[in-house]
Ligand binder design. Structure first.
Ligand code: AHM
Ligand code: MG
Length: 319
């Protein structure tokens, strides 16, 4: 365990072996996500080209219809997870309602995902990502999506950046794997990721400053006095990835127009909070721990502040 360069599939199997009661079902769900996202990564790389090739009648050189990247990513996640037979229900940012597998093909996991997060960055060749959250089936109804984040059995993201990385946790440390494009394998590159106790950056869409509450405005002003620097990509996966490695604060707060912020609890805030907390950081709505929020609907939004523990404590002192 923890061996640099280990292939993700072997890592997943070794983690599974630590639990005598494990059936292999979670491993199969994780490898389905891994294979879907390898294909998404390849399409993301080709995006500019696919659009050019697809212009004539929206058919590419292989004679296939060119799909929008977010639609393609959603279909790829559903197809690979359906083939794995490991889910009881799926929810996606791209779907109004949950979907259930055909009879006899249902598994024991409730999986929520954002197939391609940071969509405003797709057309400008800036990092985007996939986020996923996995809970166990409990009652066998759509209500199973409304479990608190601390009950997640696994969560993670894939960032399509200058390299493609998958970062995930089953509650036993947070590990990052980089895709080696030559062999098509995710290899352990960032074992046991931990946030520094305090960072030097803040990441927030500052154009919303006039609509923030006073305490938050005071807090961001104080960071400038302390010499913190601003870093904001506008792709949650990329902004959280940087925060996980370098520390500091990432936030999408409520403002006077958006009373619950922008980010969705089930497939954005909750899985990222799970990773951040398992890497020694903190994640809060400003009032309570994100992982303790009981969801009420599939696409519910929530204010989010996450990052280094000392930074989040300072922030809480101002709110
Ligand atoms: P999306 O799921 O439609 O892509 O929206 C979520 C994205 C996040 O990746 C990012 O943190 C946020 O929206 C950026 O919003 P804004 O442009 O308001 O700063
Ligand atoms: Mg999103």
């Amino acid at each position: 365990m923890g061996q640099l360069g280990m292939d993700l599939n072997r890592f997943i199997l070794e983690e599974e072996r630590r639990y005598s009661y494990a059936t292999g079902s979670l491993s199969l769900a994780l490898t389905a996500i891994e294979s879907a996202t390898k294909i998404i990564a390849s399409h993301v790389r080709m995006a500019g080209l696919a659009n050019i090739l697809g212009k004539a009648g929206k058919v590419n050189v292989q004679g296939e219809e060119v799909q929008k990247l977010d639609e393609m990513s959603n279909n790829m996640m559903i197809r690979h997870l359906a083939d794995s037979g490991q889910f009881y229900a799926l929810a996606s940012e791209e779907l109004d309602d949950a979907i259930f597998p055909e009879k006899g093909r249902d598994g024991k996991y409730i999986i929520a995902f954002d197939p391609l997060d940071g969509s405003s960055n797709i057309d400008v060749n800036v990092n985007i990502g996939t986020i996923f959250s996995i809970h166990k089936k409990v009652s066998g109804t759509v209500e199973d999506f409304f479990q608190e984040g601390y009950k997640q059995v696994a969560a993670g993201y894939i960032v399509y950046g200058s390299s493609t990385m998958m970062v995930y946790s089953t509650g036993n440390g947070v590990n990052g794997f980089t895709l080696d494009p030559a062999v098509g394998l995710f290899l352990l590159s960032h074992p046991n990721m931990r946030l520094p106790e305090r960072g030097k950056t803040y990441s927030i869409n500052e154009s919303n400053y006039p609509g923030w509450e006073d305490g938050l405005r005071r807090y961001i002003d104080s960071l400038k006095q302390k010499g913190y620097t601003a870093r904001y990509i506008g792709s949650m996966v990329a902004d959280v990835h940087r925060t996980l490695i370098k520390g500091g604060v990432f936030a999408y707060p409520a403002d006077s127009k958006n009373k619950s912020g922008k980010l969705r609890l089930l497939y954005e805030a909750s899985p990222m909070a799970f990773l951040i907390e398992h890497a020694g950081g903190k994640a809060t709505t400003g009032k309570e721990d994100i992982l303790k929020v009981k969801p009420e609907s599939l696409h519910q939004r929530v204010p989010l502040f996450l990052g280094s523990s000392a930074d989040i404590e300072d922030l809480m002192g101002c709110l």
